[in-house]
Design a protein around this ligand. Sequence first.
Ligand code: ADP
Ligand code: MG
Length: 680
Amino acid sequence: MQLNDKVSTLKGVGPKKAEALADQGIRTLQDLLYFFPRKYEDRRQVTAIGNLAAGRDFLISAKVLSRRYSGSPYKKNTPLSLLVGDDTGTIEILFFNGRYIANLFNVNQTYSFYGRVTANFDRLQMIHPEFHREGDPADVRGILPVYPPVSGISQNEMRKLQLQVRPLYDALEEWLPEGIADTYRLADPSYAVSNIHFPADSRQVLESKFRLIFEELFTLETGLFYIRNDSRKDQGGIVIDGSLADPFISGLPFSLTEGQAAAWEDIRRDLASEKVMNRLIQGDVGSGKTVLAEMTMFAAAKCGCQSVMMAPTELLAKQHLASLTKDFSPYGITVGLLCSSMKAAEKRDVLQQLAAGEIQVLVGTHAVIQPDVKFNDLGVVITDEQHRFGVNQRSLLTKKGENPNVLVMTATPIPRTLAVILYGDLDISQVRTMPKGRIPIKTTQTDREGRRKVYDFVKQQLRQGRQAYVVAPLIEESDKVDAKSAEALFAELTKTLSGFSVALVHGAMKQEEKDLIMGDFSRGNIDVLVSTVVIEVGINVPNAAVMVIENAERFGLAQMHQLRGRVGRGSDQSYCFLICGSDSDIARQRCGIMCSTSDGFEIAEADLQLRGPGEIFGTRQHGLPQMQISDLVRHGDVLEKAKDAAKKIIDSDPQLEGDDVQELKLRIQKMFGTDIRLEL
Ligand code: ADP
Ligand code: MG
């Protein structure tokens, strides 16, 4: 047995199970060893029935005293009720669909039962416990691992697979570079992996976890440093005089807000310095980040170099193209577009003009990082809605030039501590002021009973010529299922809002189809846009005055905030309705926060306090790889240590060439995925 063997070499793993495992990223035996339990069941001790308490999991050993159906025994789904007892008392065990398992129990025979004890009025119950006949070898005493679910593989099967690979623990050797394990007092890998799966006590779990979390965060941090290093040598960048943008700024139909002016000061200083600019602009939706990008690109063009701006969707890229063309053509600056949907001949033209330096400003989607895109003299690269891109995509864009100045813009407010980790050596400017004259959006929270009224109000607004967004609930993290819920809502609203033009977009649609519909909506040909969260990013339709969020309880605060930012962009009063289908405390609190503030930074803080970082600061949102065992915020202290260690390694071996970092390099590549260009 070898670490690199395929899981299909294990007993009990056929092609189907191998595929299910592969879906979770488990292909080799090493992957299996690194598939960690989510929690544990403590089955070390049998508890006397007299000592049970409701609300916790217990293991009991008891004799079946009686067996009966609580209902007609001829119905398949009749519950089976067992009264079981030991010397200290009795408890009821209940199985639904009891007919299937009734035969497994004999009166007067002793069984062990493991499960949650609940109170049914004054009697204690266990519903659907795990059970074993006395003496069954599968009835393990100890601390049992509980793994994240893998479809088609039960907990017991997963445990058996993990038991099969136990002989490999000894093959796990220390792979961290010299000195790290000692410095941070880390358990060795075989100890950590064996005790994360089958610990004897909680101390072992803690020691193992610390090692494994450290390992993971260390890999992440070294990877981030490596990618950055790779693209950002410490040479100087192109120096650009920001005052070249003065004519453009004085030609703007508005004056800069305080926040914009301060951010521009930062940018100017960066551009003027020999060191390349590496700046993150954080600003709420609608705070006017685009114009900062425009000013930067204007100065670059006047200074004789090219700029590129990458946006996450084609629609957004085209929106930028329209405003850039309008704003720049009076000054004779040439603007080009590059997206994957363009015809081959069109693309060829753009690529050619770009290489010849005839296009001064390029906007586009991911198409701009393709290998065939070559610039003549690239001085500035900008990513809009940065949180939608992976670290590696940002790095590919930077590599299009020789030390170009970098500006990244994001509307997702993240705490500074996390930003430092995510963006490393990026300097940060926050735009916390909104352009003057914005009418604050009126936000109302309502329950399902209030729905009719909401749509009556929507109708009224539509009659006045306004447009509306309706966002369908998230059912689960699956485009297909979400699409269904959006379709149902669409069907309903087509009836309720008859006489108006209602359209549907959802995540399972093709990009071109989505763009077409969104385009129609922004031209005013569609009154109501029903959608899943696909409209989240950047779209700007000033005439849209209403945002209805259905099943608001299913959305995170950050998401609701982003969605609400789609309205309130015109000169009319805008409205946001949160229809809440649940009255859970947390849902109500979230909606309450939405109603009381529109400051994204405040909302982010509140979100963090309400339920911890999980979702909003999830790695997905920021283009970071998926973590197995660590949580970037919860394990902030380990992260700090891992970062220090990673920095030392990178400083002494920037290209990771030494023998003792080859395993690390492999792990980085695995973590960041294949599309990262690590030259190995
Ligand atoms: P975001 O930060 O979400 O990208 P945008 O850059 O799209 O925001 O700006 C939203 C709108 O605000 C645009 O229509 C833009 O022209 C306008 N805007 C930007 N700055 C100002 C300002 N200082 N005063 C008035 N309007 C502004
Ligand atoms: Mg924007």
